[in-house]
Ligand binder design. Structure first.
Ligand code: PLP
Length: 398
């Protein structure tokens, strides 16, 4: 397939075919797992050309691997990007992207509603290397503009945001960035390229935790960066090579397996989450609920414009606060109590007693973590079983 032909293929077809043709030696239909550290050079000159980056080819799996390459090409095709780089985790993808764009003295303006690990990277670790971040309310476009200084190199955002699933207007934030010659980095983990393609809305670089919906089955940690050929080449041959966050070829293979059913799973996650959200909205033990697919969500119209569907993440406030929240998660039987999202199975967490327990009251409030906040990552089980489990768990609360 030529590039031109590939561009005309649909999303589902690309998710099964992009990035790999049956290889010549065995004709293997599935992408082989190249579980090797290194690759034999043809001769000394060939080796020299590869090392001098004059010729493309495999040298060492810390820099590149054919299984990674198939995964990278496939995700790049799905995001509508030129190239991609697979990494050992989502955090590695984010860190390498930042290190590829900024140096000491540069600044980030970031949405405040982002993944906790990223918040920590920006607020605690990067300042040690001279990179400072200003956090803003992502819904306030003036706040983005006002936070920009002459040192700002990146605007960073997620949508739906963490933890309250607010939807950010990607086009508008990208306009502000580009007027100021600033790069937009977008964490597309919660959407996956099936629900939203931020590059087509103005983002410059997309990062993912492949650990979540891309892998999709709760089995493997990994990440990926999608961007221009030049940027990916730079990150591969600088930060990635020099700091070593390569993933295992086996994990790239598992992410390829995940991509092959991505659209089917995201449709079912969205369908189930919509039904669970509608059921919760009517429940008298629920104070409020946030799901972008509900008309009651303040940015429902924007979500409809920007996204194909609304995804699997739902959050709500249970009446009765901290104790009721704990009781609910102690009483569920089908839903798994754990700190992950994007599994095939339904996951549940009470942030105030777990992920955000160590924050003080004030910090919890600032992060939007209320006492009775419950986050659900709705899985692809039969939806009536998910609802029945929540129903019996609600019934245990006085
Ligand atoms: C999990 C997650 C990350 C971090 O990814 P890891 O694979 O756990 O390193 C980053 N962003 C979002 C939105 C996430 O959900």
């Amino acid at each position: 397939m030529t590039k031109e032909e590939k561009r005309n293929l649909g999303f589902d077809t690309l998710s099964l075919h992009a990035g790999y043709e049956p290889e010549e030696t065995t004709g293997s239909r599935a992408v082989p797992i190249y579980q090797t550290t290194s690759y034999v050079f043809n001769d000394a000159d060939h080796a020299a050309r590869l090392f001098a980056l004059e010729e493309e080819g495999n040298i060492y799996t810390r820099i590149g691997n054919p299984t990674h390459s198939a995964f990278e090409k496939r995700i790049a095709a799905l995001e509508g990007g030129e190239a991609a780089l697979a990494t050992s985790s989502g955090m590695a993808a984010i860190n390498l992207t930042i290190l590829g764009l900024l140096e000491a003295g540069d600044e980030i303006v970031s949405s405040r509603c982002i993944y906790g690990g990223t918040y920590n990277l920006f607020s605690v670790t990067l300042p040690k290397y001279g990179i400072e971040t200003t956090f803003v309310d992502p819904d306030d476009l003036d706040a983005w503009e006002e936070a920009i200084t002459e040192n700002t190199k990146v605007l960073y955002l997620e949508s739906p945001g963490n933890p309250l699933l607010n939807i950010v207007d990607i086009k508008k934030v990208a306009e502000i960035a580009h007027e100021n010659d600033i790069t937009v980095v977008f964490d597309n983990t919660f959407n996956t390229p099936y629900l939203c393609q931020p590059l087509s809305l103005g983002a410059d670089i997309v990062v993912h935790s492949a650990t979540k919906y891309i892998g999709g089955h709760g089995s493997s940690i990994g990440g990926v960066i999608v961007g221009s050929e030049d940027f990916i080449f730079k990150v591969r041959t600088e930060g990635y090579r020099d700091t070593g966050p390569a993933l295992s070829p086996m994990n790239s293979w598992l992410f390829i397996q995940g991509l092959e059913t991505l659209s089917l799973r995201m449709e079912r996650h969205s369908e189930n989450a919509q039904q669970v959200a509608e059921w919760l909205e009517e429940h008298d033990q629920v104070e409020w609920i946030k799901y972008p697919g509900l008309e009651s969500h303040p940015q429902h119209e924007l979500a409809k414009k920007q996204q194909e569907n609304f995804g699997g993440m739902v959050c709500f406030e249970i009446k009765g606060g901290f104790e009721a929240g704990k009781k609910l998660i102690n009483s569920v039987e089908l839903c798994s109590l754990l700190a992950n999202v994007g599994d095939t199975r339904t996951l549940i967490i009470h942030p105030a007693s777990t992920t955000h327990e160590q924050l003080g009251k004030e910090e919890q409030e600032e992060a939007g973590i209320t006492e009775g906040l419950i986050r659900l990552s709705v899985g692809i089980e039969n939806v009536e079983d998910i609802i029945a489990d929540l129903k019996q768990a609600f019934a245990t609360i006085d």
